[in-house]
Ligand binder design. Structure first.
Ligand code: PXG
Length: 462
């Protein structure tokens, strides 16, 4: 025990973790051998581990700590609510003040007539709600066969049976018998990897028209909804060509298909607006929210729903809900988070200060020999690592090896940055300053240099 911090030594924590803790998206045996990294404290945009080492968190946790770490106001809001009413449910005609206030606040913030909120504990749960809700919406109107949901390859919508089926990750579908019936996938608007000789604008339109082709193939009377992230996050921060979303919107309108925007990453300021849908002029019927709703301080998610959908769903009992739907402590924390986002004008800071600073600093990486595409949107950024910029070629050993080296080199330089295959992604807390953005990019460049040398040494590139 460290008497200063009241904390067991790192090796002891690692041994207990290896013996008892099953981690998400982790090969347990490999981790046990290496030893888990234990994060003990955080403040602003910086994490501290159990050895006292400080790191810049360019990922805002898992894309969620929008207001940054260490905000006492959220801790106070949680403690206050726990003392007053730690739990009550929202089933069977009951509610409590924080859930009512949060629903009303979200209705105010969400564009148009997205006026109704069904709460969940996470993004996965909210997307499961959406599957049942859109199918029930059509069934309640005498069209039970209108049940297919179209999603996209390389989308991420969660890990539960339903949400992982919506996701377009083959490795996930390969475990546990997915996808569930009546979920189909079209291609993603990833111009760098898949655009070939087309211009980004041509490619964006072509990929959007795959939705129209799929609707024609299945028949309009079979298709309930299309779901997509405004910007694919976990898929590698794939920023769609400007031509993509207007065409998707036109197709959904023309064919009477509900549009679900998964705002779990894009929501609450990430793209420089309250919602990514506003950045791309998307008019969704349902928005999935989680993560930034509470800045990750408490687990909460939900579906924000337009009037016409809520009206149909509300006609009869919707046999759906979670014990923690609208949990009072999580709702109180979310309300306080939304207050801070608004009063401190954090979204204006993203739009006017941080996003332009990231765009400028990130673009300087383009001259690095390992770097191909360099893109940002708001405070989302990614680079594609490549052995050959001109041909946009992938590495010959298959995706992920060089990306993994790069992630490790980032850690070694006290920078937390994710890799998705061979794309490096950033999604820092929204409160980040231009000088910390420059520091992220300075460390990233060092990590890229080291990765380049290592990839050559391992024969992964010439
Ligand atoms: N939709 C989107 C767009 C997401 O990014 C979910 C739904 C699911 O939310 P929950 O709260 O159930 O996790 C997500 C989650 C990563 C990573 O490493 C990304 C997510 C979660 C965990 C890891 O990129 N996104």
């Amino acid at each position: 025990m460290n008497l200063m911090t009241n904390q067991p030594p790192t090796a002891e924590l690692q041994a207990l973790d290896a013996a008892h803790h099953m981690h998400p998206f982790t090969a347990g045996a490999e981790l046990a051998e290496k030893g888990v990294r234990v994060i003990t404290r955080a403040n602003g945009v910086r994490l501290t581990d159990s050895d006292g080492r400080e790191m810049l968190d360019a990922m805002a946790g898992l894309w969620c700590v929008n207001i940054g770490y260490g905000r006492e106001e959220l801790a106070d809001a949680a403690a206050r609510q726990m003392r007053e009413l730690p739990y009550y449910n929202t089933f069977f005609q009951t509610a409590h003040p924080p859930v009512i206030a949060l629903a009303a606040r979200l209705a105010e913030l969400a564009p148009g007539d997205l006026n109704h909120v069904f709460f969940a504990g996470s993004g996965s749960e909210a997307n499961d709600t959406n599957i049942r809700m859109v199918r029930h919406y059509w069934a309640a109107q005498g069209k039970p066969e209108k049940s297919v949901i179209i999603s996209r390859r390389n989308a991420y919508h969660g890990s539960s049976m339903g949400s992982a089926s919506l996701g377009g990750m083959p490795a996930m579908h390969g475990q546990g018998g997915l996808p569930i019936p009546d979920i189909v996938h079209i291609n993603q608007p990833n111009w760098w990897a898949e655009g070939g000789e087309m211009t980004p604008e041509e490619f964006g339109r072509a990929r959007a028209r795959e939705l129209e082709d799929k609707i024609a193939e299945l028949g309009e009377d079979r298709v309930a909804a299309f779901i997509a992230e405004p910007v694919q996050g976990a898929g590698g921060v794939i920023i769609p060509p400007e031509s993509y979303w207007p065409e998707i919107q036109r197709i959904c309108d023309a064919h009477d298909i509900l549009l679900i925007a998964d705002e779990v990453i894009c929501g609450f300021g990430r793209t420089g607006h309250w919602f990514g849908s506003q950045s791309y002029d998307i008019r969704p019927d349902i928005m999935t929210v989680a993560k930034g709703l509470s800045s990750g301080y408490a687990p909460i998610g939900g579906s924000i729903v337009r009037d016409h959908v809520a009206e149909v769903i509300g006609r009869d009992e919707f046999y759906h809900g979670y014990t923690y739907s609208g949990h009072p402590v999580a709702a109180a924390v979310a309300l306080e988070n939304l207050r801070i986002l608004e009063e401190e004008k954090i979204i204006g800071h993203v739009r006017d200060v941080a996003a332009p600073a990231l765009a400028k600093a990130w673009a300087t990486l383009a001259d690095h020999p390992l770097v191909g595409e360099v893109v940002t949107r708001g405070l989302l950024g990614s680079v594609a690592l490549t052995p050959d910029k001109a041909s946009r070629a992938p590495f010959r050993e298959g995706p992920g090896k060089v990306g993994l080296i790069c992630r490790e080199r980032c850690f070694a330089n006290d920078l937390v940055m994710r890799h998705v295959g061979d794309r490096m992604v950033v999604s820092p807390p929204l409160v980040i300053t231009p000088s910390d953005i420059d520091e992220i990019v300075r460390r990233a460049r060092i990590a890229f240099d080291e990765t380049h040398a290592e990839a050559k040494a391992q024969g992964l590139m010439d």
